[in-house]
Design a binder for this molecule. Structure first.
Ligand SMILES: [Zn+2]
Length: 268
């Protein structure tokens, strides 16, 4: 009876193995090894899935909070009636930056500073909006322009990583997948994938000081220039705080994924 049960379960698992084309093929060539790899994938997979679900839930929550705060603070008008574009131009001027243009771009949440073209790109609602939210975003993007002008080290490091990361992010998922499937034949491939992925993780970590510092520059200037007051300043701080959390969550997710792959490669 017990033997039958064991046989049946072995049969089911062998069928499962053969369903997975790659593993099934490898099973006949490498015997027990793929089974160990499959077990590892399942075991490690469960813990990484748990972490990933927590990260995704947190990310969803933070995105929701960010959007609701921005919506709320975009209803709060600045006392002086300045638009996001006005705020941006004044902040650049006050920081002695005269070679950066402030332009309007399509879309929502598309605001960014482009160091290559020296432009502060503001979405329509931020560019022409006269709210605390618009001022906060405009000042934050100018914070990046100031970082660029003063040669802020983390921004320089992040810019240096851009070509590597854009190359890595195109192929890293495929290299990691192939690396896992070929772990017995060519373990070096998984480590190569891990090295590529580590670059994207490093990028997401370096992004943290860059973003937080830009927001701090924004808030300090908004206060000192009298754009925000005792009533509106806490709102600008709150909006930028939720924006920063999205980067923190992204970095945590990236670190968790990196550790998962390292664990997979080392256990073999
Ligand atoms: Zn930013």
């Amino acid at each position: 009876m017990l033997k039958n049960l064991l046989d049946t379960s072995a049969d089911i698992s062998s069928k499962l193995m053969s369903r997975l084309a790659f593993c099934g093929e490898a099973a006949s060539v490498y015997g027990e090894r793929p089974r160990i790899v499959l077990d590892l994938l399942i075991k490690q997979g469960m813990s990484i899935w748990l972490i990933m679900i927590i990260v995704m839930a947190l990310s969803f929550f933070v995105q929701h909070m960010l959007q609701s705060r921005f919506h709320k603070y975009s209803q709060v008008r600045l006392g002086n009636g300045m638009s996001g574009a006005d705020v941006a131009r004044k902040m650049l001027q006050d920081n002695g930056i005269y070679d950066v243009k402030v332009v309007s771009v399509q879309g929502t949440l598309t605001d960014h500073y482009n160091p290559a073209t020296k432009t502060v790109n503001l979405s329509g609602s931020v560019y022409s909006g006269c709210s605390v939210a618009a001022a906060a975003v405009a000042a934050h993007e100018c914070g990046h322009a100031v970082q660029h002008a003063v040669g802020y080290a983390p921004l320089r490091m992040r810019s240096a990583l851009v070509p590597v990361v854009s190359f890595a992010s195109n192929i890293v998922q495929w290299i990691l997948l192939l690396g896992v499937l070929m772990i017995n034949v060519f373990p070096g491939l998984l480590w190569f994938g891990i090295a590529l992925f580590a670059m994207t993780t490093l990028f997401s970590i370096i992004t943290l000081p860059v973003e937080i510092n830009a927001s701090m520059r924004a808030v300090n200037w908004l206060n000192s220039a009298g754009i925000t007051d005792y009533r509106t300043s806490p709102l600008a701080v709150d909006a930028l705080k939720w924006a920063a959390y999205t980067y923190v969550i992204a970095a945590i997710g990236s670190i968790a994924t990196l550790l998962y792959y390292i664990g997979l490669a080392r256990r073999d």
